[in-house]
Design a protein around this ligand. Sequence first.
Ligand code: DAH
Length: 342
Amino acid sequence: MSLPDFVSQLDALVSEAEQSFADAQSAEQLEAARIEFLGAKAGRLKAVQKLLGSVAAGDKPAAGKRLNEVKSAIESAFQAASERLENVVEEVCDETFDATLPGTSWTTGRIHPITQTILLLKDIMGRLGFTPVEGPEIEDSWHNFDALNVPTIHPARDPLDNFYLASAQLWGNGSSGGADMLRSQTSTVQIRTMQQRQPPLRIISLGRVYRPDTADETHYPMFHQMEGLMVDRGVTMSDLKTVLRLFATAYLGNSVPVRFRPSFFPFTEPSVEVDYYWNGRWVEFGGAGMVDPNVFQAVGYDPEQVTGFAFGLGVERLCMIRHGIRDIRDLYTNDVRFLAQF
Ligand code: DAH
């Protein structure tokens, strides 16, 4: 084929392609045109390209150059057409629609940042094999204290530090199993779960807890905890540290260091305070430890057969750190200007 013939075929092709792309009125029509001209196997550009072989060797550089120009012209015509179609606003054909009426703005609701955090925590812990379980917010003091190895004289039971219910004061708060208080910790759910199920266990419980603290930047009389419990044969402290490290990595980002500080909780032995290193400082997130044998005995597990770890982390703190929220009260003032940011 002569060079002028080859070039005129290309010129004809480019103007036809430009016309087809410009005429396309829908994404389907444009796609059909794209296949016709730019189709990788049977496209028309491909067909002309094959003719290049029959052009005289001396004319090949010029023919190839023109071919490339035509190819990019066709491609940019296609690009322009697809952008044009994306911007087409569908015409409203409904006769009842009056475009001259004033519009009504529509604000959709959104999920509260604490609920968002809870969903994310369930997702992360779920990937580590921990199933969510629930427990009641109105508890008896047996589940809140006795079964958790908290002695009767322990200061954590002080009426100044707990929301006891009026009925509990009338009837005393022994191990009646009645409703005595608003739970002060989600550790109650460890007890309820172990009473109902046999090991091995891997659970988390996320929910509200209540303590009569005066509200300030970091305290609120109601807040949320994530309780975790794993019980099996041969569970060790290193499993605890692995889980909390994996959790920190997933929630706060790669390579967030985890630190355990010796501490004391009646329901764990040994007990630790858990810190994560975040933005240049150590931040405490909660407590953890190896389940005390007395707790296993209270629920009828044999401490000679199984061991376990438990942890309790503050959900508000996790949420605040991630979003840079400085005052816990902002979470509960219900100011939509604040909440709409999450
Ligand atoms: N319940 C404790 C609190 O509210 C937190 C906690 C500490 C939970 C150690 C645990 C644990 O499960 O093992 O302060």
